[in-house]
Write a protein that binds this ligand. Structure first.
Ligand code: NAP
Ligand code: GLV
Length: 306
């Protein structure tokens, strides 16, 4: 068995040693143009040549949850695309989103500004019932986030493609229920995959349907958001702020207007990192299952793009 690896700036030795420990007879090697074709691969955002030169690839394990970079490529029809499902990301996403929500809800930025100015000012406590949270995407990560937010006592609704039932979460589905979902939300969390259907979904039309004083948390992909529309809605006062972890261009260019906005919290795509031990263990378990002809979780449906 030959396993190819592609991850620019990745910890290549970690992956190679980990796989080699389980399959000492296998040939595990970094993929470069001209490398001999492999049976299986681990990859993050490979170039088209990676697939063109390996038409017999049985499966590729995406070294992240989102597969949008792979979906832009032509993948051989028999190659199974398997993504990370959770692998330690859900707990990180829960921490990140709940932190952003609570910081906004408790006006911690305001208290920080006051403290820096030596001001002792108590604000009126906000009511959770005035901060309904809408989670776009009720998948592996979105469901855990919605449940955690519910655990803090906020009203929570979720939106998915197919109808779902999540305890304590009012569920909406499909484009027909998007407006009702948005109108019921004040804080909007985006945990959708980036597909043809979801690109630019956070735009003037959708964001202006949030309750006044709306707040956006985008932890999915930068191309979900129309940047200029967010800025316009912040300027108009309809939106109170945003926490953005992902951007159309990463790193976010120094001249981008988001940098200068105090209402926008920026982080460098760190809300849920690929944790090496968890991810290696998941990929090994899935490859063992595939080798025994068993089904695995996280197989991407190419026709729907996630
Ligand atoms: P997932 O399990 O595939 O869940 C995706 C959810 O989105 C599902 O509930 C799906 O609906 C819903 N959805 C997809 N297309 C839709 C549409 N057109 N309309 C309505 N709902 C739609 O994915 P996940 O593991 O939770 O990850 C979500 C995304 O988070 C990833 O794709 C990735 O881009 C992003 N992410 C970001 C970071 C970071 O560090 N910033 C880390 C990890 C992941 P159904 O349930 O009906 O299929
Ligand atoms: C990170 O953004 C991922 O998709 O895993």
């Amino acid at each position: 068995m030959r396993i190819a690896l592609y991850q620019p700036d990745g910890p290549l030795e970690f992956w190679i040693n980990g796989l080699q420990a389980v399959w000492p007879q296998a040939e595990v090697a970094l993929w470069q143009p001209g490398s001999p074709p492999a049976d299986y691969a681990l990859a993050w955002a490979p170039p088209q040549a990676f697939f063109d030169e390996q038409p017999g690839l049985k499966a590729v394990f995406n070294l992240g949850a989102g597969v949008d970079a792979l979906m832009r490529l032509h993948i051989p029809p028999q190659t199974l695309v398997v993504r990370l499902d959770d692998a330690g990301m859900a707990a990180q996403m829960v921490e990140f989103v709940c932190h952003a929500l609570l910081r906004h809800f408790r006006d911690m930025d305001g208290y920080q500004t006051d403290a820096r100015a030596g001001r002792w000012v108590r604000r009126e406590p906000a009511l959770r019932s005035d901060f309904p949270v809408g989670v776009m995407g009720l998948g592996v990560l979105g469901t855990k986030v919605a449940q955690a937010v519910r655990g803090f006592g906020f009203p929570v609704q979720g939106w998915s493609r197919q109808p779902k039932a999540v305890d304590g979460v009012q569920c909406f589905a499909g484009s027909a229920q998007l407006d009702a979902f948005l109108a019921a939300s004040r804080v909007l969390v985006c945990l959708l995959p980036l597909t043809q259907d979801t690109e630019n979904i956070l735009n003037r039309h959708t964001l202006s349907q949030l309750k006044p004083g709306g707040y956006l948390v985008n932890v999915a992909r930068g191309a979900h958001l129309v940047d200029a529309d967010l800025l316009a809605l912040l300027d108009s006062g309809h939106l109170a702020g945003a926490t953005l972890d992902v951007f159309r261009t990463e790193p976010l260019p120094p001249q981008h207007p988001f940098w200068g906005r105090p209402q926008i919290h920026i982080t460098p795509h760190i809300s849920a990192r690929t944790l090496l031990p968890d991810s290696l263990a998941q990929i090994i378990a899935k490859l063992q299952a595939l080798l025994q002809g068993q089904p695995v979780a996280g197989v991407v449906q190419l026709e729907r793009g996630y």
